[in-house]
Design a protein around this ligand. Structure first.
Ligand SMILES: Nc1ncnc2c1ncn2[C@@H]1O[C@H](COP(=O)(O)OP(=O)(O)OP(=O)(O)O)[C@@H](O)[C@H]1O
Length: 719
C-alpha cells in the first residue's frame, strides 16, 4: 500500500515512483468535466497530468480520482469520501482497511501484460494449456490449470450470442452451478487469438462485484474449443424487463443504474472500455446484484495514446454518435452514452433510440439530442461528418420527450446523452448526481423481489411462441394477411430479415451437433432427446433456434410518455435486434482495432447514404423534401458543403468497395412524415442489393462446381 501525498511536491515524488513503474496516472485523465456549484457543467481545463491518485472504496468499489487542487474536501455517498481532508481521511480509511490506493493504473495496458517468461510459458504448456493461450495470455492464466470438459455436466442452453453459446452447467468437481460460454474462434487465426486472449486478460484483470467473474477455462492442447467458465447469473436485464407484467420501481431502477455505473467506473479507471453495454450484457443474480458481462468487444484505452480504435463497436441502439460519425479516438464516454440509453429504456419500457441502420440511428439521435454544434464538427473533424451533417441544426428535445420521467432521471440522461463526449462526465461523476442523492434512494439489491429465471433468450422464446400461435390462428381464420412467422408489427422488409435470420440460426444450431461429442458428461442435445421422448417441448426446440441481442424491455408498464414520446423513436420490444443488418458490432472488423482513414467515408455508410439519397430523390420530385439535412461532396469542408444547393445532382460522390463511384445528392432526410416511407424503401433496396450479391456468389460457386444455375441465379449474375 503506498502513501498518499497531500502536497504537490510529495505527489510529484509519488508520481515519479509510479512513472518508474511505467504507469503514470494515465487512467485518470478522462475526468474532464465537472459540475460547478451552480450546477452548470464546465469543462475542466486542468491538465490530465495533474491527476495524482485514485482511491477506491473496497466495499462499493466506487473510485474517486483526485487532482492536485481537488485534494481537499470531498463528499462521500454511502462509503465514499465526505467532508474529510483526503489525506487524513484516507490514512484512516486505509488503516481501517476500508480504502485502498491504486498505484499502478496501467497494469492492464502495460505492453508486457499477458506475456510471461518463456520458461513459465513452457510450464503452462506442460500443464496442458494450448500454446497459443500460454503465449498470448500467459499472465492471465497464471496459477490456473485447464479444466476438463468431463468435470462439467452441461444442462440447458441459456444464451446465444454472435460469437458464442452459453450453457448452464454443473461443476461436478466443486458441486456448483456455473455458466459456460463456448466461443467460436479459430486458434489458427492470429486475429481470433488476439480477441480471445484480450477478453480473457480483461476478465482476469478486473475484479469487482459488479463485473462478471471468470472462474476458469475449459480447454486442452488437442481441442480447438475454448469454454469460459463464469459464475452463474439467473437473469439478464433484457430478460428481466421483458417478464410479463414487469414494472420496475424508481428505487429499483436507481439500484441497477448505480451498480452499472459503479462497474463501469471500475472498468474505466483500469483503462478498459466495455464497448457493448446493453441489457442482455447486464446480468443479475437472485440477490439483485448486477454484473457487467461480455467483454468480447472490450478494449484497453489510454487517453494519451494516439493509437486509433475502431468505431464499429457497440450494438447500434446503444452506439454513441461519435462512433456513428467514425471517431477513431474515443474514450469512456462511449460506455456512458450506452448507460444513458439503458436509463431511458428502464423508465420508458422500450429502447429509446431503435435505429435500423446507421443513418437512421444518427437521425434519431439528432432528433432527440440535437445535432452537434458547429464548433463540435470543426473541433472533431470526424470522418463521416463530411458525409452526414444536417444543414440546419436540430433542437435538443430530451426534456420534452421524457417529461413524464422524474426530473433527476432526466437530469442524468441529459448528461449521459450529451452529444459532445466531453460533456458526459464520468461514471464516478454520474454516481454523485441528484439522481442518486435524492429520494427515493437506490434500494439495496438484496431487497429486490425474487424473479423467475429470466434471460433475453426466454423473452425471445415467448415471442416466438406467441407469433407461432398467432400464425396458426390466422391460418385457420378467414384472412391470411401475414407471412408465416411474420412479426405482426414489423414492416415486410424486416419480416423477411427476421425469417432469414431464423433460418440461419437453424443452420447454426445444426452446426453445433458437434457438441454431442464435446466431452461433457451430459449434453443438452441428449437431454433434449430424452425430453422429447417424454413430451414434445416446443420451447426447448425454440431455444435452439433463436438468435440473440435485442432491446432491454418490451413495455414494462412504467408510465409511458405515450403520444409525447416520438413514435418514430419507439419500437416494440419484440423486434429482434440481431435480425437487423449491421446493428450488432462484429469482431471480425476489428483487426487490431483497425480504423477507417480520416476523411474517407466508410463504404457501407456511403452506400447506405447513397441508397437513402436515391430514394429521397424520388420523393424530392414532389417537392416535399425537407432541406434540413444535406449531404455534401466528399472531402468538402463542412463550411464549403453547407453552401451548396442540395437540388443539384449529383452533389456527393465517393467510392464504393470496388472503387466504383457512388453519387448521391440532395437532402439527407425527408420531413418526419416521409421518413418512415423513405426508410422502408431504403431498407428494401439494401435487401435487394444483398440478395443479388448472395445470388451472384451462389452462381459463381455453382459455376465453379460445374453445375447449372437456376434461372433466377442466372438473372442475378447478369446484374
Ligand atoms: N454468467 C452467466 N450466467 C448466466 N447467463 C449468462 C452468463 N453469461 C452469459 N449469459 C447469457 O448468455 C447471453 C449471451 O452471452 P454473451 O453476451 O456473453 O455472449 P456473446 O456471444 O458475446 O453475445 P453478443 O452477441 O450479444 O455479444 C447473455 O445475454 C446471457 O443471457
Amino acid at each position: 500500500m503506498g502513501c498518499i501525498a497531500s502536497k504537490e511536491n510529495s505527489q510529484d515524488g509519488h508520481r515519479e515512483r509510479l512513472s518508474r513503474k511505467g504507469s503514470l496516472d494515465r487512467r485518470v485523465s478522462h475526468v474532464n468535466s465537472l459540475r460547478t456549484d451552480d450546477g452548470v457543467r464546465s469543462k475542466d481545463k486542468r491538465n490530465s497530468g495533474d491527476v495524482k491518485v485514485m482511491l477506491t472504496d473496497k466495499k462499493t468499489r466506487g473510485s474517486r480520482r483526485y487532482h492536485g487542487d481537488q485534494i481537499e474536501k470531498r463528499r462521500i455517498e454511502k462509503n465514499m469520501v465526505e467532508n474529510y481532508e483526503v489525506d487524513a481521511f484516507c490514512q484512516t480509511q486505509i488503516e481501517k482497511g476500508k480504502m485502498e490506493v491504486f498505484q499502478d493504473f496501467s497494469i492492464l495496458s502495460h505492453p508486457a501484460w499477458g506475456k510471461v517468461p518463456k520458461c513459465v510459458e513452457a510450464e503452462q504448456v506442460a500443464a496442458g494449456w494450448p500454446s497459443w493461450l500460454a503465449s498470448a495470455a500467459g499472465e492471465a492464466i497464471r496459477g490456473w490449470v485447464p479444466r476438463r470438459a468431463n468435470t462439467f455436466e452441461k444442462l440447458d442452453r441459456i444464451g446465444q450470442g454472435t460469437y458464442s453459446n452459453v450453457y448452464k452447467a454443473r461443476d461436478v468437481t466443486h458441486d456448483k452451478i456455473v455458466a459456460i460460454k463456448k466461443v467460436r474462434f479459430d486458434s489458427g487465426d492470429p486475429e481470433s487469438v488476439k480477441f480471445m486472449s484480450r477478453e480473457i486478460i480483461i476478465l482476469r484483470g478486473l475484479d469487482h462485484p459488479n463485473i462478471i467473474k471468470l472462474q476458469g477455462l475449459i480447454t486442452s492442447q488437442t481441442s480447438s474449443s475454448l469454454y469460459l467458465v463464469f459464475e452463474y447469473m439467473e437473469h439478464d436485464l433484457t430478460g428481466l424487463s421483458a417478464l410479463p407484467g414487469m414494472k420496475f420501481t424508481e428505487a429499483q431502477i436507481k439500484c441497477y443504474m448505480q451498480q452499472l455505473l459503479t462497474g463501469l467506473d471500475h472498468c474505466h479507471s483500469h483503462g478498459v472500455l466495455h464497448r457493448d453495454v446493453k441489457g442482455s450484457n447486464l446480468l443479475i443474480d437472485d440477490n439483485g446484484v448486477l454484473k457487467i458481462a461480455d467483454f468480447g468487444l472490450a478494449s484497453f484505452f489510454d487517453p494519451r495514446s494516439s493509437a486509433p480504435l475502431t468505431s464499429r463497436v457497440v450494438t447500434l441502439w446503444y452506439r454513441a454518435p461519435e462512433l456513428l460519425l467514425g471517431a477513431s479516438r474515443y474514450g469512456a464516454a462511449v460506455d456512458l452514452w450506452s448507460a444513458g440509453c439503458i436509463l431511458g429504456e428502464l423508465y420508458s419500457g422500450r429502447p429509446i433510440l431503435p435505429g435500423r441502420t446507421e443513418v437512421e440511428q444518427l437521425h434519431k439521435i439528432f432528433k432527440l439530442c440535437g445535432s452537434p454544434s458547429e464548433d463540435y464538427w470543426i473541433k472533431t473533424k470526424l470522418p463521416r461528418s463530411s458525409v452526414i451533417k444536417p444543414q440546419r441544426p436540430y433542437r435538443r428535445s430530451v426534456k420534452e420527450t421524457f417529461k413524464d420521467f422524474p426530473a433527476a432521471a432526466v437530469g442524468l440522461m441529459e448528461n449521459l446523452l450529451s452529444m459532445d463526449p466531453a460533456h458526459r462526465g464520468t461514471a464516478a461523476f454520474a454516481l454523485t448526481t441528484e439522481f442518486f442523492t435524492t429520494k427515493p434512494f437506490a434500494c439495496d439489491p438484496s431487497s429486490l423481489p425474487k424473479y423467475p429465471p429470466s434471460k433475453e433468450i426466454d423473452a425471445k422464446l415467448r415471442d416466438e411462441e406467441a407469433r407461432r400461435q398467432e400464425a396458426v390462428a390466422r391460418r385457420s381464420g378467414p384472412k391470411e394477411s401475414l407471412a408465416p412467422n411474420g412479426h405482426p408489427d414489423l414492416p415486410l422488409s424486416l419480416q423477411k430479415k427476421h425469417n432469414s435470420v431464423s433460418q440461419n440460426s437453424g443452420k447454426m444450431v445444426n452446426s453445433h451437433k458437434e457438441q454431442t461429442v464435446s466431452g461433457f458428461m451430459i449434453d443438452p442435445s441428449e437431454r433434449r432427446q430424452a425430453v422429447r421422448e417424454g413430451r414434445g417441448d416446443f420451447m426447448e426446440h425454440q431455444r435452439r433456434k433463436v438468435s440473440h441481442s435485442g432491446p432491454l424491455a418490451q413495455g414494462n408498464g412504467w408510465t409511458r410518455t405515450g403520444k409525447n414520446f416520438d413514435n418514430h423513436n419507439m419500437v416494440s420490444g419484440r423486434h429482434d435486434l440481431s435480425t437487423i443488418s449491421g446493428l450488432v458490432a462484429t469482431r471480425t472488423i476489428l483487426p487490431g482495432d483497425h480504423q477507417e482513414k480520416p476523411g474517407v467515408p466508410q463504404p457501407e455508410l456511403v452506400n447506405q447514404v447513397g441508397r437513402l439519397q436515391r430514394s429521397l430523390n424520388g420523393l424530392e420530385s414532389s417537392r416535399k423534401v425537407d432541406q434540413n439535412c444535406q449531404i455534401k461532396k466528399m472531402g468538402d469542408s463542412p463550411q464549403a458543403g453547407a453552401g451548396k444547393s442540395s437540388n443539384k445532382e449529383p452533389s456527393l460522390h465517393g467510392r464504393g468497395p470496388k472503387g466504383n463511384k457512388i453519387y448521391v445528392s440532395g437532402p439527407l432526410l425527408a420531413p418526419s412524415n416521409n421518413v418512415e416511407q423513405m426508410l422502408k424503401e431504403h431498407d428494401r433496396q439494401i435487401q435487394e442489393y444483398a440478395r443479388k450479391r448472395l445470388d451472384k456468389t451462389k452462381h459463381a460457386k455453382l459455376k465453379a462446381l460445374g453445375k447449372q444455375p437456376t434461372d433466377s441465379l442466372m438473372a442475378a449474375s447478369r446484374h
